[in-house]
Ligand binder design. Structure first.
Ligand SMILES: [Zn+2]
Length: 318
């Protein structure tokens, strides 16, 4: 007889089948959320017990970040044509359900990370969402919602967002610009969307076609210094798959190996300082969706490796 399945990962992966935005043939491969979850099971990286299913964020959670008017428009389907154009994905009830769930997923991931040292939301990372409008496939800023919720609960005071999506984290920067309790780092291709880049705490502007070595040489010293000086109680990692050399919306030249090394090094820097890490996905537009899925799966593998290196009792209590 088979033994009952047990957890295989030292942390939770947060996922809901309704993360899929059901966009059909769109450059945003929203089926990737499901494909990543399926790959983790198929490749015996995780079992069903490693998964945690989020509830949708409460409206009170969303409203800590977003303007009541924007929330009302999303809930009632009354976006203007210009607002839909900026969002760059069609409006639907499913979209609203999916982004409320993604925000709930990032809240749950952040809570699990405080307990276990790590947690991964297999969704979210909607870093282009502003308080009063959506942009670039992002309607609700799940990571900001999660940070504000944990602060409101008194679970953390200071958080850091490390955003490695190839596109600048403009929504994150705008939301936390005047907030000394949240430190934001964005490493992105300078010559790419969004045109307007409000300042993050640190912006690392990469030149076109920057490779693995140039990228890590920019990211690591800045991250180390920021962690030492700011000393966050939680690091939220927005792990973009779109700095990949074959990405259709990116212009950097990172390899899959380089991207996994990036993830691993960020996690190591955080965990050796005892900082819990929650991850969210963000963008990935490789011509072959398998490549995007692989890069996101590799983020989970990098987290697993680093979690083994820095066990939670040492990391969080040491
Ligand atoms: Zn992106």
């Amino acid at each position: 007889m088979l033994r009952p399945t047990k957890e295989m990962l030292p942390f939770k992966v947060v996922y809901h089948e309704k993360y899929d935005l059901n966009l059909g043939p769109h450059v945003f491969p929203s089926q990737k959320f499901r494909l990543i979850a399926e790959a983790l099971i198929a490749e015996k990286i995780a079992t069903a017990e490693d998964f945690a299913k989020p509830d949708p964020a409460g409206d009170e959670d969303i409203l800590r970040v977003h303007a009541p008017d924007w929330v009302r428009k999303l809930k009632t389907g009354t976006l203007s044509a210009r607002e839909v154009m900026l969002l760059e994905i069609p409006y639907s009830r499913e979209l609203v359900d999916a982004v409320w769930l993604a925000a709930g997923g990032s809240i749950l991931a952040a809570q699990c990370a405080l307990r276990d040292g790590f947690a991964a939301n297999l969704g979210g990372g909607f870093h282009h969402a502003y308080p009063n409008h959506g942009e670039g496939f992002c309607a609700i800023h799940d990571v900001a919602v999660a940070i504000r919720r944990l602060q409101a609960d008194g679970a953390i005071r200071k958080a850091m967002v490390v955003d490695t999506d190839v596109h600048h984290g403009n929504g994150t920067a705008a939301i936390f610009q005047k907030d000394p309790s949240v430190f934001t780092i964005s490493i992105h291709q300078e010559n790419n969307y969004p045109a307007h880049k409000p300042p993050s705490s640190i912006d690392l502007n990469m030149m076109d076609r920057a490779d693995d070595e140039e990228y890590l040489a920019a990211l690591l010293p800045a991250l180390q210094k920021a962690l030492d000086e700011f000393r966050p109680e939680l690091l939220f990692y927005i792990g973009g798959a779109d700095p990949f050399c074959e990405d259709q919306l990116g212009g950097l030249s990172l390899t899959k190996k380089g991207l996994m090394e990036r993830d691993r090094r960020v996690f190591e820097e955080a965990r050796r300082r005892g900082v819990p890490v929650a991850t969210a996905l963000a963008g990935g537009y490789a011509r072959r969706v398998e490549d995007t899925v692989r890069i996101h799966v590799n983020t989970i593998l990098a987290a697993r490796d680093v979690a083994g290196q820095f066990p939670v009792s040492v990391a969080l209590r040491g």
